[in-house]
Structures are given as C-alpha cells and as structure tokens.
Design a binder for this molecule. Structure first.
Ligand code: ADP
Length: 254
C-alpha cells in the first residue's frame, strides 16, 4: 500500500478540523489479522512479555510476526551515524524514526495484517508521540506524521517507576546509552540524573495518553509470570473463537 490510500486520507488533515475517529485494525474491512502493541520506558519489561505472548500464540497455531522499533535496514546506518556524531536535531531524529516506522509498516505490518497475521509490535506510534514531544517536537506535528498507521487492537502500557527500570537495565549491562539517558537534551551532566529526568518526562507523556489512546495499563513491577497471565487473558478476546475456547481452558488450568 502507499501513503496516499484512503486510510491515510482519513487519519491526516488539518488539526483544526476534528479528525474522523480512527478505526482499530480489526474494525477495518481489509484487515483480517490483529495488531498487538507494547509500550513503556526501557527496562519496563515489555519485550519479555511480548516474547512470551509470541510463544503462546505460535503454540496455539496462529501466524505471528514481530516488529521492533528502529530496526529497519533502510535507515539503520544513517541513524547510527547521526547518533554517533550527535548530528541529529529533534526534528531530524523524529523524521528518521518515522522513516524507519513507515518502512516496516508498508513492507511488513500492513500487508501481514491484511493476510491475517498476529502482528506483535515492540513499540509503535506512541513511542514517537512520547519521545519526540519530550525532545521538543510539536505533539500535533508528530501525530500528523504517523496518521497513516492503523490503531492497534490492543496497546499494553507497562508502567514501572524509573528506579525499577534503571536497576533492571544496569543488571544486564554496565552503562546507560547516550540517547536512552537523554544526554542530547542537556538535562544534567550526570547520566543517571539525566536518565531519571528524561524517562520521568516520558512516563508523564505515556500517562497523559493512557486514557485517550485506550492503553491497557499493566503493573510492570509484578512478577513476569503473573503479568503474562494477565496479558494472555486480555488477548483472549482477539483470538478466533475456536482457538479462544482452547486457550481459555489452558489459562483456566494455570
Ligand atoms: P524492555 O523491553 O521494556 O526494555 P525487557 O523485557 O528487555 O525490558 O526487560 C529488561 C530486564 O528486566 C531484563 O533483564 C528482564 O529479564 C528483566 N525483567 C523483565 N520483566 C521483569 C519483571 N517483571 N521483574 C523483574 N525483572 C524483569
């Protein structure tokens, strides 16, 4: 599909004109699959949960495709170059991520949703809404850029305090990354302090979006198995009826 199809015409437009309500993926006639998204700050545990969900859906015999933020081959090199040399402004940074997203969306996400896949997205448009806004981009401008993207069937937001996230990250590796800590924003010379301020602001953005965007808020501090059970229960309603009956029995037995 191209950006100029009827889906994009619906989503975009002048922000002074009330936007037509956007449909969830499965409410569109041309989408047979389901789009499941996880959002949250780094270290919130969202990838762990999505990975476990992926295993379960495959075990149930469903077709699954995974897509990750900032993983398109098309823009990887230039983003990495720009990051290394600290050449990126908030706008160019935002546009590179939007290009990455558009490439994955048009190449994989949208065609596979049409083909009936369960598409699992580790971060989606809401990551851009949160991060780009904190970096100083106009929130309306950011939303307009991503208006071609279909709304997920469900978005899980993993909420954890910043302290919990940083502890988890530093258990796995020795140092925070420059952009992860928001060092480009000159919030503090100390990278831990900068991380706390930056990620705290991102949490505020997520909190602001939670009800408008219909997030399913998860307590990311619960243990991994408990969170996975809660996630699977929510996903039951998205499964084809025959599969849902089997899955529901399995969950009940756990
Ligand atoms: P994210 O994708 O949000 O950055 P990950 O899923 O990669 O987070 O998890 C970050 C680290 O925290 C990993 O080492 C993971 O094993 C650990 N972790 C994930 N969920 C939990 C949890 N509920 N409790 C404790 N540790 C967790």
């Amino acid at each position: 599909m191209t950006m100029s199809n009827k889906r994009s015409a619906k989503g975009g437009g002048d922000q002074t004109v009330p936007a037509e309500p956007r449909k969830r993926g499965s409410e569109s006639e041309d989408i047979k699959g389901r789009l499941i998204v996880v959002e949250g700050i780094d270290g919130s545990g969202k990838s762990t949960q999505l990975h476990l969900l992926d295993k379960w859906l495959r075990h149930l015999g469903l077709m699954v495709f995974n897509t990750e933020w900032n993983s398109s081959e098309v823009v990887k090199e230039i983003t990495s170059k720009g990051k290394k040399k600290a050449l990126l402004t908030p706008t160019t940074f935002s546009l590179l991520h939007a290009t990455d997203f558009a490439d994955r969306y048009e190449r994989n996400v949208y065609p596979l949703l049409r083909a009936g896949y369960f598409v699992l997205a580790d971060r989606y448009i809401y990551t851009a809404y949160a991060r780009d806004t904190v970096r100083g981009c106009n929130p309306r401008w950011v939303r307009k850029i991503y208006s071609f993207a279909t709304v997920p069937d469900i978005t899980f937001y993993y909420h954890v305090p910043v302290e919990v996230a940083v502890r988890r990250i530093l258990t796995g590796r020795p140092k925070l990354k420059y952009y992860e800590a928001g060092m480009d924003l000159n919030l503090s010379n100390d990278e831990y302090e900068s991380y706390r301020i930056f990620q705290g602001r991102i949490i505020d953005e997520y909190k602001g979006m939670a009800s408008n965007e219909g997030f399913h808020v998860m307590d990311g501090t619960l243990d991994i198995e408990m969170q996975q059970r809660l996630m699977r229960r929510q996903v039951l309603s998205l499964l084809p009826p025959g599969v849902a009956a089997i899955a529901s029995k399995e969950l009940g037995a756990n």
